[in-house]
Ligand binder design. Sequence first.
Ligand code: RIB
Ligand code: CA
Length: 308
Amino acid sequence: MPRPTIIDCDPGTDDALALWLALASPELDVRLVTVVGGNVGLDRTLANARAIVGLTGRDVPVVAGADRALMAPFADAAYVHGDNGLGGLILPDGPAAAPGLAVDALRAALRAAAPGSVTLVGLGPATNLGLLLAIEPDLAGKLAEIVLMTGALAEGNVTASAEFNAWNDPEGLAIVLACGAPVTLATLDLTNQALCTPPHVAALRAAGQGACATAAAAIWDSVPPSRRAGGMGHEQHDACAIMWLVAPDLFTGRPVHASVDLGPGPGRGRTVIDRWGRSGRPHNAIFLETLDPEGFFDVLIRRVASLP
Ligand code: RIB
Ligand code: CA
């Protein structure tokens, strides 16, 4: 049976590929897409999410959420994703956003769900998810799993200490890590194994000529190689979180205790992933450690190429 799935995102070039992968995968029943400010401002991430979902022709509600973090001023990553958040690519405008606020749409969806039935995927700053679980903590019982693209065991990508989503709203992340639902982490240490290179772009263009595959290839072309990855390619951060749900056999991982630094200093937003259990604190997350890059891009390209 397809997994009832809700995706929170901040499109974002890599969010676009993740959304297309999710919407192309029969393993997932995407019920709702909620949007947060992050890579670029909420006005753009919302328009981008509507356009990305709209290009697939799928009737999935898209709802606007928080335009800033719980306890910090807004800070974007336009230097990576371009001012419009999609590397300059202009997509046809998508259907109007569903009315209301993301946190209310999330609460309504989970209230109506059976216990342990909904998979929640966080691809941006965890503000909407943190609000949800702070306002109505019992709704954690409706979740089968929370999968987050967030954090890093090693160096960050926005500061030396922190990965962008965790750094942008560490308080939101802390609430999610403490909520009691099963959490799976796709950190930078995993996503730097999923590097998109020019041959992957060529393979996507050869595999599909629909609007989504064409847009995805153009987005891939727009993203510069990552210097953290030695210029070998650019990480498919958010698609890794979705791919865990679609093809889990491509991954290895281990249970850990994970926390996030909420201090004001240079470590703010750093995720502390206790890989060897040195703290003795109870496991609260699965830390995904490896993925099979060849299998990852084979599935990603085939699924995106299958879209309209
Ligand atoms: O650090 C990478 C993460 O931050 C990705 O989710 C990217 O889209 C941005 O949101
Ligand atoms: Ca994202």
